[in-house]
Design a protein around this ligand. Structure first.
Ligand SMILES: [Fe+2]
Ligand SMILES: [Fe+2]
Length: 246
């Protein structure tokens, strides 16, 4: 069994995996929605409204995460990939109840929005919004991977999506501080927690990816495809949130 201490491990991820996901990463970070919400020229009221939509609709993307990672881990372990399977199951616990942060944030942001004399919003109505196309694609991707023949490809989804917190998430929060003010940033508990927590989670995911590709370099393709599909679905979700508010 190769270990994550293998000096070639990082290079293996860089050469086997990164090229597969680079186009989807670029598409995400250069998308209209990401460029808008990370731009200092973004209209503050639109950004405020976008954050409410992101938190409300994000609940459906976040509530199943613990179960998804646990199930993927169990199936990965059952097929004999013990190290990665157990790592996924350990990680699953760390994602417990994160959707509750998004529910709290939605309620506080709506309260603040309504206190500013804008056209009133109802948090319960927003939280009950039907799943958008990006959300549907994201859920279907997980179910297909977890129930399919390559449940270990979940690591590709985790690596790419949690990395977004430390790339786009950091830029978004900095822009919210600049455009809407520091007090708005304080209301965003989900984003604040994730820009910190997902530094460690991304490092953890990268070590798992290094280890599995050391043993099975041939897995790079399906793991990269899962990461790519996750990035496309999440980009669609971010776009859906923008389309809902303008
Ligand atoms: Fe999380
Ligand atoms: Fe995380």
């Amino acid at each position: 069994m190769a270990t994550a201490l293998d000096p070639n491990a990082r290079e293996r991820v860089a050469s086997l995996f990164e090229p597969l996901v680079t186009p989807a990463r670029t598409a995400f970070h250069t998308s209209e929605v990401i460029e808008l919400v990370t731009s200092p020229d973004c209209d503050p009221v639109l950004l405020d409204r976008y954050l409410i939509e992101y938190c409300a609709r994000g609940v459906r993307m976040t509530e199943p995460v613990e179960g998804w990672i646990r199930r993927a881990g169990e199936r990965t372990e059952a097929m004999g990939l013990t190290e990665l399977g157990q790592a996924l199951q350990r990680h699953a616990v760390q994602e417990s109840d994160h959707h509750l942060l998004m529910i709290d944030d939605t309620r506080r942001l709506v309260e603040l929005w309504n206190s500013l004399g804008r056209v009133p919003l109802n948090a319960d109505t927003l939280l009950a919004s039907p799943a958008s196309p990006g959300c549907v694609a994201y859920v279907e991707l997980h179910e297909r991977i977890i129930d399919g023949e390559t449940p270990y490809a979940q690591i590709g989804i985790e690596y790419e999506i949690e990395m977004l917190s430390v790339t786009a998430g950091v830029k978004l929060l900095a822009n919210v501080a600049q455009v809407c003010g520091d007090d708005r940033v304080e209301e965003l508990s989900f984003l604040n927690d994730h820009v910190e927590l997902d530094v460690g989670h991304t490092e953890f995911n990268r070590r798992q990816l290094e280890a599995i590709l050391a043993d099975h370099p041939e897995f790079a393709r399906v793991i990269g495809e899962a990461g790519t599909a996750a990035l496309h679905a999440y980009r669609q979700f971010m776009t859906d949130c923008l389309e809902a508010v303008r």
